[in-house]
Design a binder for this molecule. Structure first.
Ligand SMILES: [Zn+2]
Ligand SMILES: [Zn+2]
Length: 499
């Protein structure tokens, strides 16, 4: 296990033991680094179980913890400090000193030398250093514990200690009855405990006290020393990793789930994240696209590999990040196209009036598109049009415009277009305005023919009412695209006759 190894901060029961986090919350997948600097209990127990309590106790004793009782062996709560007799600040200083000292343990002593009255040396402390953990392991632990002092459970310590690299670890028992902080720099190790030997005397009112005290002491003992960082040993490499899968970060891993961390060169992860995937989904429902989903969006999801039998519903805190397996049920049908398009242009050719019909049903509005020969297809409306009529005030005389009207339903799905085109009048060439019938039905369509008489556009004023009249035209027969006959002389004549 390394700082980038991913553990799962989720409700977990180990036999009959269910550890809780101090904040009663669960973070889901976390790297060991984050688990440690945020002091997650559940993941600590997971890691302890993974390496086995025996290995954990063995390391603790080699580092210098002397108070482990036989009754402590085997229980998982030991990893959270559940000792029968507790532990001692001096043992903590000894153990953390190993991390500060590149993995080498030098037994602590308070007597360095004894001399007699004549100056003869009677005793001299003879240190017997011993390599307890590897240099790279010590460095990785220290690097993680530096985060405790900057962004973890003792995040103010870095500044309070005078702004120098400082590693630390907090510890509290229930109700703040014991409040610990062990901190170290390359120069000093400081172990602090606050509490009452006689428990009924109460508790420490804040975990800030040992931190403030440590910060003040560290600042003073380092006052004359240059700021220096812990030395990075050979043999380590830094890799970009995915903090959900714990593998090398892949192209689909979102940035908030990507981090980088240290590995011994020979143990760096070699496979890429295979659980973050990018999928196209319906933007409204977030489900797999149905045939008519109006807006599709690429989103990143967690796709659980088939051979992964972990309970990811529990592991992930936001379930909606799991890749959808259902198809959108909202956007399954396209609304019918509008019908009965009528087009007419102003006598000066600088305006075109459109009107159409729509069967009575749930509808959000209409879109209008326009195209000229060889030109671009442009959308004329910014927002959906709720009326069944439109005035295009941006036309030029003597040009043929093709229009498309589409309907948009409540689900945001756009219908097939109703098509029609008209050639605008040229001033002078066509005295008086002649509205054109852009009726896609062929001449057999009686409804439209019957209504021609109502289409009272012939006064040249082009008032709104003419459009309104058109809107009322019943024209349910005409669902297909319209072939408009605007260029057709016969139609012009017909209109001329009307006028
Ligand atoms: Zn990933
Ligand atoms: Zn949809």
């Amino acid at each position: 296990m390394y700082p980038g190894t991913v553990l799962y901060d989720v409700p977990t029961t180990f036999g009959d033991y269910t550890p809780r986090n101090y904040d009663r919350a669960f973070l889901g997948p976390v790297t060991m680094r984050e688990a440690l600097y945020r002091s997650r209990n559940v993941t600590a127990v997971q890691a302890y179980e993974k390496i086995s309590p025996q290995v954990g106790i063995d390391y603790a004793q080699r580092l210098g913890i002397t108070s482990i009782d036989d009754r402590d062996i085997g229980g998982l709560s030991l990893v959270l400090g559940g000792f029968t007799y507790g532990t001692k600040p001096i043992d903590m200083a000894q153990a953390f000193g190993v991390f500060a000292n590149q993995g080498i343990k030098t037994p602590l002593t308070s007597i360095l030398e004894i001399t007699d009255a004549e100056g003869n040396t009677l005793y001299r402390h003879n240190p017997s250093p011993e390599l307890v953990i590897s240099e790279t392991t010590a460095f990785m632990i220290t690097d993680v514990l530096k985060d405790v002092s900057t962004r973890g459970t003792a995040s103010r310590l870095y500044n309070e200690a005078g702004g120098r690299p400082i590693a630390s670890k907090t510890g509290t028992t229930s109700d703040n009855r014991d409040v610990w902080l062990v901190s170290y720099t390359p120069d000093y190790v400081l172990s602090t405990w606050m509490g009452y030997d006689i428990q009924k005397m109460g508790k420490v009112d804040s975990t800030a006290w040992p931190r403030r005290m440590s910060g003040e002491i560290m600042k003073q003992v380092h006052a004359e020393l240059p700021v220096r960082d812990f030395e990075q040993p050979q043999g380590l490499t830094q890799e970009g990793i995915c903090s959900v899968s714990g593998k090398l970060a892949g192209e689909h891993c979102p940035s908030e789930d990507t981090t980088s961390d240290w590995y011994p060169r020979e143990h760096a992860p070699s496979s890429r994240c295979d659980i973050h995937v990018t999928m196209e989904v319906c933007a409204e429902t977030g489900l797999l696209p149905a045939e008519f989903c109006p807006h599709l969006e690429e989103r990143v999801f967690i796709q659980i590999p088939e051979d992964d039998d972990r309970n990811w519903d529990e592991i992930l805190t936001e379930e909606d990040r799991l890749a959808p397996t259902e198809t959108c049920g909202v956007h399954t049908e396209r609304p019918p196209a509008p019908v009965g398009l009528r087009l007419s242009s102003s006598s000066s050719g600088d305006e075109v009036y459109l009107s159409w019909n729509y069967p009575d049903r749930q509808m959000k509005g209409f879109n209008i598109y326009r195209q000229t020969e060889g030109g671009e297809r442009i959308k004329l409306n910014d927002e959906l049009i709720s009326a069944q009529a439109f005035r295009d005030e941006n036309t030029r005389p003597g040009i043929t415009y093709q229009y498309e009207i589409t309907a948009v339903n409540e689900g945001g799905i756009e219908s097939l277009p109703l098509l029609g085109s008209t050639t605008t009048d040229e001033p002078g060439s066509s005295p008086g305005r002649t509205p054109e019938e852009n009726d896609n039905n062929d001449d057999k369509d009686e409804d439209n023919d019957n209504n021609n008489g109502e289409n009272d556009n012939n006064d040249g004023e082009n008032d709104e009412s003419s459009n309104d009249n058109n809107n009322r035209l019943p024209n349910d027969n005409n669902r297909d695209t319209l072939h408009n006959n605007s260029g057709d002389n016969k139609d012009k004549k017909k209109e001329d006759e009307v006028s």
